[in-house]
Design a protein around this ligand. Sequence first.
Ligand SMILES: NC(=O)C1=CN([C@@H]2O[C@H](COP(=O)(O)OP(=O)(O)OC[C@H]3O[C@@H](n4cnc5c(N)ncnc54)[C@H](O)[C@@H]3O)[C@@H](O)[C@H]2O)C=CC1
Ligand SMILES: N[C@@H](CC=O)C(=O)O
Length: 466
Amino acid sequence: MNHHGYFGRGDRTVECCIIGTGGFGRSFLAQGLVVPGLSVRVAVDVEAAIAAASLRSVGIAEADIRECHTPEEAHRAWEAGAFIATGRYETVAALPVAVVVEATGNPEVGAHHAARAIEAGCHVAMVSKEVDSVAGPGLADMAREAGVIVSPVDGDQPSLLIGLVTWAEVLGLEIVCAGKSSEYDFVYDPETGTIDCNGTVHEVPGFAGLERLGDAAVPDMVARRSEATAALPQRAVPDLCEMTIVANSCGMLPDRPDLHCPIARIDEVPSILCEAADGGILSQAGVLDVFHCLRAPGEISFAGGVFVVVRCRHEETWDLLRGKGHVLSRDGKTAMVYIPRHLLGMEAATTVFEMALRGVSSGAERPGHHVDLVAVADRDFPAGARLDMGGHHHSIDGVSSRMVPGAPLTPQGPAPFYIASNRVLARDVQAAEPIRMSDLVLDEDSELLRLRHEQDRRLADRKLTA
Ligand SMILES: NC(=O)C1=CN([C@@H]2O[C@H](COP(=O)(O)OP(=O)(O)OC[C@H]3O[C@@H](n4cnc5c(N)ncnc54)[C@H](O)[C@@H]3O)[C@@H](O)[C@H]2O)C=CC1
Ligand SMILES: N[C@@H](CC=O)C(=O)O
C-alpha cells in the first residue's frame, strides 16, 4: 500500500493538542516537528511550566513558547503562531485543533479530557488505554454521534495489532492466535544462570536446559520455564489491558482470563500458541495472548511487537515461505507473521491522519463490549484500604487483572480494573475474590463512571454489541 496515496494529504496540515507530556507525549511532540502535515503546537500537562519544559526538551526555542492560563491568552498565542503550554485542557479547548491526543495514562483524567474534547468537536487519539478498557466502545459511539472519532493509537500495540489482525482477515488467513510480546524481553545468559528483564537481573538456576524448545512437549516446557522463573512477574496489567481493547475491536477473546503468557523464543511462537491438537497450549483457535520473548544476550528482540499465528493451508506455499525465513511451527501447520515494533508517539501520526484526513478510526468502526478488564484481590484487604494505582505499569499493589466477558456494571458484578484504581474499599475483600462494584466507595462525580454508565445504557439500547 502506498501510504501517501492512502492518506491523500495534499497540502493539508492537521493541528493537534497533546495532553500529558510524559514518555509517550514527548515522543509525539518530537515527531510533530518532522512529520509533514502534522502540527503539534498545543501541549497540556498538570502545570503550564511542565508542558513548557517538555516543549523545550524536544528542541523548541524558549522564545517560541507561551505559557497560557486563560482561553484569551491561548487565543492570542495561537494567532501569533506560538507554541502553547498550559495546565488545563479547558484553556485551549476552543482553539482550532482537529485532534486531541490524550496521553496522561490516568483513567479518571483521561475520561474527563476525552469527554471535553468530543464536546469541543475534536477527534481523540486515545493513548490512555486505561480509559479505553473501561468505556472505549461507549466513547467511540458517543464520538460518532458528535461527528468525530475516538481511536486507539498507532505506536501502542492495540492499534498495531488491530491493523495486523484485520490485514490477515482481508487476506483470508485463519488466525489461530493474535497478540504481542510483553514490554521487556527475558534475556537468559547461560553463563551466569540469570535472566535480565528491563535491567533487573534475576538468578534462575533452574532454567538451565530450558533455553530451547527442541523436541520437548510444549505444555511441559512452558510449565517448566514458568516455574523456573517464578521470581519474575509473568502477568502485567497493561498487557491484559491492551488485549481487552483488541478484543473489543476485533471480537476475539482470550483462551483463559489471565492469558497463557508463555515464555517463548521468537521461532517457537507458532509451535506454542497453537491448539493442543497441534501440540500447542491453546484449547481453541482464534484467541488473544501475549508471550515473553526469550532470547540470549545480543540476540535480536521482538521489541514489544505484535503477531498473528495463522493456519498454514497451502503446504507448497508455506514450504516456500519457510525457505525464505518465515517462522513456521515444528510440524508446519501454523506460522507466525509479525511486526517487531511499536514506536510510541513516533508513529502516532498515522492514526491522527486516519481520523483527520480519512474520517476513520485505527480501531473498529464500531467496537463492541466483548470483554471487561476486571480486578481480583491477590491478598486480603481490609475495609478502608485505598487501591492506589502506580508505577510505570499503572498497576495496583496486591491486585491483578482478568479479561472476562463484557457485561453492564452491577453491584455484585466485578469492578473494571481502572474503576477500582485509586478508590477506597467499603468492605473487606479476601484474597482470590474479585473486587465487586459494591466493594468500592464510589464517587458519583467520576467522569469515568459516568462514561461507563453511558456505555452500559447504549448497550441496553442495542447501540453497541456485547
Ligand atoms: N511510556 C511508554 O513506553 C508507553 C506508554 N504508553 C501509554 O501512554 C500513556 C502515558 O504513559 P507515559 O507517557 O509512559 O506516562 P508518563 O507518566 O510518563 O506521562 C504522563 C503525563 O501526563 C501528565 N498528566 C497527569 N495528569 C494530568 C492532567 N490532569 N492533565 C494534564 N497532564 C497530566 C503527567 O504529568 C505526565 O507528564 C499510558 O496510557 C501508557 O500506557 C503507550 C506505549 C508506550
Ligand atoms: N504498550 C507499552 C507499555 C505501555 O503501557 C509497551 O509495551 O511498551
